[in-house]
Design a protein around this ligand. Sequence first.
Ligand code: PLP
Length: 434
Amino acid sequence: MSGVATTPAAADGSRLDVMNFLNEIAGQYPAAVSFASGRPAEQFFRLDEWLGRVPAYVRHEAQQRQCGVAEAFNTLAQYGRTNGIINGLIARQIALDEGIDCPAGQILVTGGCQEALDLLLTGLCRHEDDVVLVRSPCYIGLTGVADMNRIELAPFSCDDTAVAAALRQTVSAVEARGKRPRLLYLVPDFDNPTGAVLTRAVREELIAFCAARAIVIVEDNPYGMFRYEGERVPSMYALDRHGCVVYLGTYSKTICPALRVGYAAVPARMFGDAQAGKVLIDRLSQAKSFVSVNTSQLTQAVVGALLLSEDGSLSRLVAGPRELYRRNRDLMLAHLAATFADLRGQVGWNTPEGGFFLTLTLPFVFKRREAEICANDYGVLVMPLSFFALGDEEDCRVRLAFSNVTPELIADGVARLGRFVRDALRRPGFSSHS
Ligand SMILES: Cc1ncc(COP(=O)(O)O)c(C=O)c1O
């Protein structure tokens, strides 16, 4: 286990640059093979068909509310309820697909999961001593929200099996400085960027520890429905008996990102207190009413219509994409194995059981400069893990996204990476620490 020192909010914006880097580099090298961004596969988008289902949702609404269809259409076009309109359908979907038991009234529909992250961090960390605990490397969307709001992050870096021990150590260090560990952020299923999954034992250990210390766990789960093999691990929300886990979901990966529909599911009894769950959902709702007023009712209606036509579950809808992602992962693994067969002692990678990403470990430093060389000279875009790191511990790893590339591009992109690695190893001064 290696710890990472507490990092004050990156007020200089250095971490905030990363999203721009990704967008800029993709724009600058349109012909390059991109393993850089975790976009869902476009071939499964059926936007014209999905939009055509909105009237079916409106008819359902009219029936529920016992009003005319024209009135239900007008309600949809009007400003809407801040907490959302498809909360009941979401509650049913996560019950069916994730085994999560959360009352519809404890669900806040948000503008993607990103808005939920923002509302939770700013809603829970209101005191300057409040600190957010994160594993490093960490999803940029979360660290960005903390930085934008000058909320302090306490990162720790450790093996997937040693998370609880690393957390205990970090909490002690934070408390010793007179600060308050307020929230632990985790992506327990197919983490972005590492692809890692936390075992049930680790999840239970973390819940017990956080419950005893009144630390809220924010479980972010965009990739959980994309498991290709192995046994499913229950979500932390489903395992939690203390009311310390807030669950965040999104339809960006299961349906499409343009919807901007996500949600936060807040326990009814937070830390065993029947009032606290309501206080938190009301606080998040109040904040949202001054940020985005309400999540687009049109796109909520698309989600609602799909859930209605799928009998409440997304499992049929994701079956096709999941099979494609599994094939892409297998193909990428096969090309890595072939390309780096003679370098197996030096170049390594993980085999994620699901999700959109795998990580490649190189025998030399690979950071922003190397990513630019790869893009410029070799025509392949990848994300260094140093972009997600909160310390210096991620010098040599690279995230490869396999979700939105064709088999031909996987072959071509890995070959390009192979050429880059071989050239780098041949070049004196490149192979250790550039
Ligand atoms: C871990 C994680 N959380 C949240 C999000 C944001 O999702 P949304 O599109 O719902 O804002 C992403 C998107 O890539 C993600 O990887």
